[in-house]
Design a protein around this ligand. Sequence first.
Ligand code: FAD
Length: 460
Amino acid sequence: MNQKLPSKFLKKLRSILGKRNLLTEEEDLLSYSYDSSSLIRVPSAVALPERKEEVVEILRLAQEYKVPVISRGAGTATTGSSLAHRGGVIICFSKMNRILEFNEEERIVRVEPGVLNGELKSFLKKYGYFYPPDPASYAFSTIGGNVATGAGGPRGLKYGTTKDYVLALEVVLPGGKVLKTGASTLKCVVPYNLISLFVGSEGTLGVFTEIVLKVIPLPQKRILFVSVHKNEEEPLEIISELLRKKITPACAEFVDKTTVLALLKKGALETFKDKSFASLLYLELDGEGEALEREKNIVENFYRDLGISFKKAEEEREIENLWELRRNISPSLKLLGEKRFAEDVVVPRRFMKELLFRIRNIEKEEGLYISCFGHAGDGNFHVNILFDPADEKKALKIRERILKEVIELSGTISGEHGIGYLKRNFVNLELSPLQIEIMKKLKKVFDPDGILNPHIKIPE
Ligand SMILES: Cc1cc2nc3c(=O)[nH]c(=O)nc-3n(C[C@H](O)[C@H](O)[C@H](O)COP(=O)(O)OP(=O)(O)OC[C@H]3O[C@@H](n4cnc5c(N)ncnc54)[C@H](O)[C@@H]3O)c2cc1C
């Protein structure tokens, strides 16, 4: 049920935004009532600012009336973090989507938060530059959302994640104060690093209105290997072995047995004649010249010595066709269960096999499919518990069991998707009471009245 806003507040909000950029009709609000979690929460109003001055005014007003403010990019979050859980105003950044500056000499780009990651990539490509963080949602998720979740992606193994590229932020705080933090330089240690606090803060500490990012030259060439394996855990051993050989693939993506089954059911494995394999490994190398050739030869020889079958693609179109199969995973999983709990856990690489083994045991014991694919190069598994509505209780129990196993293996319950609403009550499994107390105090420093994205991230 969406909470009614004071009429004076709405009137003032309308005078800031104009009629066109303030949505209050039920049918408009419904479009902002979901993200990529299964939750539905209808907001009280949606603001579509076009300029940062409007964001400042909204936050001034929200603080005065103690109205919750929920920032939203494209609403692709998987955790319910871009939803208004008990009413409030969503600020959606779809109209603040300008690339403000690209400085080739400094290798930086300054953008508004609503720029899509994919648009930024295409813009930079024209100049031979590259913004590496690549969540699988890059074509339709925003830089603001990526920064607020600390988004990662397949390229995290070689290039790191969003946290490694944010140099400076302009942040609006409750009451309309504007905080500029970081610097448009490659180095800055003056004196506390607030950037790392804001990256991954999921809209709970402040609202970004400008973001300065580091960019790098675009690698000249890439080569993709897709290998097939009879033994499910073999790809995990291969990743470790290649890293020991001092090769750092741009991506190393694992597709497990349960996910292979879903892809088979979907008819998405037509490219493979013999489909009797248990798992797949996507290994992408990038770079140029002799260095890339050397890495290619090492991988090829290594696979041949082990008798592993693989496809190799060096042309862009061929590479993209093979990645299309990887992108088919999410829709295919529906064939193994109508609903899902999607976790993005990380364990140290040395424990990946052990986690997979424990998950397979849970799958057998509980009789629900659990897929376990993802960015295995950096220990990040996307664990999806697949179930029909009647099995929801069982799925909840499985989820808690898996998260406990992850913690036992020195891992973390979220590597890139964030905590949001769905995982907030599991944070206690990972953090000590002291850590949680410090985080609650930090939240109060930035947001004393708790109006920014309340009801997410920190346990109740
Ligand atoms: C098919 C699919 C694949 C995905 N793959 C990946 C993946 O590989 N890696 C990965 O990391 N994630 C992935 N995700 C999750 C999601 O796309 C990312 O979390 C993404 O960063 C969210 O961006 P968004 O623009 O949709 O933000 P939203 O979902 O709108 O918001 C996400 C969070 O950011 C906050 N926020 C948004 N804008 C601002 C702002 N201007 N200021 C302050 N806070 C703000 C919101 O309040 C919310 O807490 C995937 C999602 C889908 C649907």
